[in-house]
Design a protein around this ligand. Sequence first.
Ligand SMILES: Cc1cc2nc3c(=O)[nH]c(=O)nc-3n(C[C@H](O)[C@H](O)[C@H](O)COP(=O)(O)OP(=O)(O)OC[C@H]3O[C@@H](n4cnc5c(N)ncnc54)[C@H](O)[C@@H]3O)c2cc1C
Length: 373
Amino acid sequence: MDNSVLVVGGGIAGLAAARALRERDIPVEVAERGGARSDGLAINLPGNAITALTALGVGDGLRRLGRPTGRREYRSARGRLLFAVDEDAFWGSDARPRCVRRSDLLALLTGGLDVAVRRATVREVRPSSRTEVLFEGGERADYGFVVGADGVRSVVRAAVTDQSGVRSSLLSAASWRFMAPNPGVDCWTVWSGAGGAFLLIPVDDHEVYGYASGVRGGAIGGSPEWLRETFGGYPSPVRSVLESITELYHSPIEEVRALRWSSGRCVLIGDAAHATAPIWAQGAALAVEDALVLAALLAGDAREPGGGWDTVGARFEQRRRGRVTHVQEATDRFSRAAGLPTWLRNPLLPVIGPRVYRETYSALRTLDIHPPR
Ligand SMILES: Cc1cc2nc3c(=O)[nH]c(=O)nc-3n(C[C@H](O)[C@H](O)[C@H](O)COP(=O)(O)OP(=O)(O)OC[C@H]3O[C@@H](n4cnc5c(N)ncnc54)[C@H](O)[C@@H]3O)c2cc1C
């Protein structure tokens, strides 16, 4: 169908794109293959994610999920406070960062969405003036536009560039994520030492979401024993969480550094375009922002310059490249700093930490997206 859009992937990026397109009355279908997910976990949403989700129309529902993070504390492996950030003051009341369960966020994005989500796996996309899509099982269909929201191992990316662009995070090739009873932590708190970083964020008064990884790149232990060996000597909130984990996932931290995000009438968004290690927790934020910008361009919003679906890909890249590059560069800088020897890093962080937080997030505070009329 020449005027309809296929979104490949029903994760945060794909569902946000489907919502943003429906808001603008553009016919849209989602193809989601289903399968392994980490919905039992939670997700940290910084202020610009809250702003983007509010612009998408789900701000009221979002405020009922999870808990505001309130404040960030960066601590040494022995528990000494290196620096803290008052997140509520930095972001303001409309964009208070929150930690929410992933399943709740996906349900919020799906709620009231009158879009068909087909259980289907896309095998190949051939972009031209009409975009041909091949599904597993042999079915073929034409669409006016295809959005690749199919994650790090994107199939749609092959239609846009012959480079995979996938690499391991400089911080750590993998991470452990988990849920546990809250040991009394009341804000976003990370403990970092030579062997790794251990982050806890309250999701509510009773439960915390946790993340643990190495800090000097390369592999980490694939057995939960690695958590006890690396963090067993950390202060008591960490030790008591290690004894009481209820859900535990080990997964690679892969990044996508793609030189192109579009070709013809096909565009990549979210992790398919620019998966980035979660140091600044920008995955959901960038995905939802991508969706909003793309929908405005496809709707030919009068305030967007140019026109026509053939040029949307190039205009999308032009609008989004600078912001994504800013996040990628900030991620690389922090990854290198995290790997410094602790005798150097611990005295340095109280001096540069607050400034790095401010510089990274100040550039992301405003969102240049016009809501639908
Ligand atoms: C360890 C870790 C911690 C993270 N923590 C945070 C955090 O705290 N905050 C944050 O904002 N971000 C975080 N992220 C990143 C965040 O999860 C993602 O950036 C965000 O979910 C956007 O994902 P997406 O929708 O682009 O891709 P995905 O979530 O990967 O969704 C892609 C979807 O496409 C489907 N799919 C794939 N191939 C096909 C196909 N061929 N046909 C049909 N369907 C297909 C998949 O089944 C999947 O549902 C973290 C990531 C990692 C690895």
